[in-house]
Design a binder for this molecule. Sequence first.
Ligand SMILES: Nc1nc2c(ncn2[C@@H]2O[C@H](COP(=O)(O)OP(=O)(O)OP(=O)(O)O)[C@@H](O)[C@H]2O)c(=O)[nH]1
Ligand SMILES: [Mg+2]
Ligand SMILES: [Zn+2]
Length: 396
Amino acid sequence: MTKRAARRRREGSGEAPQSLPALSTLTDLPAFDELTASQRQRGAFADACERVGVDGTVGCETDLVLGCVVRLDRGFPAVACAGGVFRAEFSARLTKGRSGDGGSRVAVGDWVCARRPLAHDMGLIEEVLPRESDIARWRGGARGERQTLAANVDVVLVVQQLGERPVSCERIARSAVIARDCGARVAVVLTKADRASDEVLARDVACVREILGDSCALALTSSAQREKERRRVRDRSGELGVAWGADAVRALVPAGVVAIVLGESGAGKSTLLNALVGRDVLETGSVRVADDAGRHTTVARRMVSLPGAGVVVDEPGLRSLPLVGHERGLSQVFPEISEAARTCRFRDCTHLHEPGCAVRAQHEEGVVSDERLACYLALAAEMRKSASTLDPDVVI
Ligand SMILES: Nc1nc2c(ncn2[C@@H]2O[C@H](COP(=O)(O)OP(=O)(O)OP(=O)(O)O)[C@@H](O)[C@H]2O)c(=O)[nH]1
Ligand SMILES: [Mg+2]
Ligand SMILES: [Zn+2]
């Protein structure tokens, strides 16, 4: 039997695969009352109950519950409802005509109408309720697909590590564009501040501010234990006027808010979340000495509940974040440049050499810095290219 066939069989059997972690051991999952379905989602749940009730499952002794997907392990969701957390599979009506990949049908943060398990290990997801928003990225090339990383997210924490190499402001801007395109707020968290000299800290903070502006929330963190090192970074953050430490990040995710960490493998996302939770609930892994890259330690997508604050989704690190049709996000991260671009003489102006270019004129007036313009031009050019090479059938 192929791996996929084995999974399909398991998915239909009401049993969890052996290797999934037992939910009873996961004490940091958010409780139902830490998550808030929107009015629209509650209404959709009521409608779904009516629909499902007349859809051949009448007489089923299990109740329909409103739940939120708080974890995905290789496609298997864990759902939090008022009565607790349970693993769930998809009802036949949801799987009909869909691909065999259970994971693509829901994302962490999705609200669902589900049947709680009684006799089985598994509950049953009857309907996925409409999303208020989703954080998605494009996976693959021209024939790729849109991959939802998490649904109904309020805040994206763009995580990047400090060190000898300069932070990648282009990558930070790219992440911000994706987040804003999905309607989420953006905050930047620069980790491993202990590895950065005073000069590097000043340089990298200035770079982020240059690209994203002073109004973008920015925090510096470090997991270093040595008091001397911590004091140095804390004092330096104060001098630079940047929020410092786990408390600063916690303040970005107050109670009732759902956030997600977005960053490359090895950036220190899970380490940061462990610091916020106050215990080592997430696995962390070392980075390669040669290139400072991580080893893709985190494999599950999961929510963790921060004591006294909101909920954060931990994610596997993402190497590529291609921009495909993220015009709305681009114009929100670079509003003044996008506005000028609308008045260029040519609609498809690349802002490089065309006559009557309002973007270059704006730059010459000194309104926009070289770095900010270069970043905008690179991202806009990438989007133009992806729009022209993608199969129109798969563009969302
Ligand atoms: N010096 C230093 N090392 C850190 C800090 N935070 C994390 N690290 C180290 O960086 C490595 C990667 O950390 P993780 O938290 O596993 O990184 P991640 O972003 O979750 O990586 P993936 O799960 O692979 O996406 C580990 O060896 C951590 O100990 C920090 O503040 N300072
Ligand atoms: Mg991790
Ligand atoms: Zn132009």
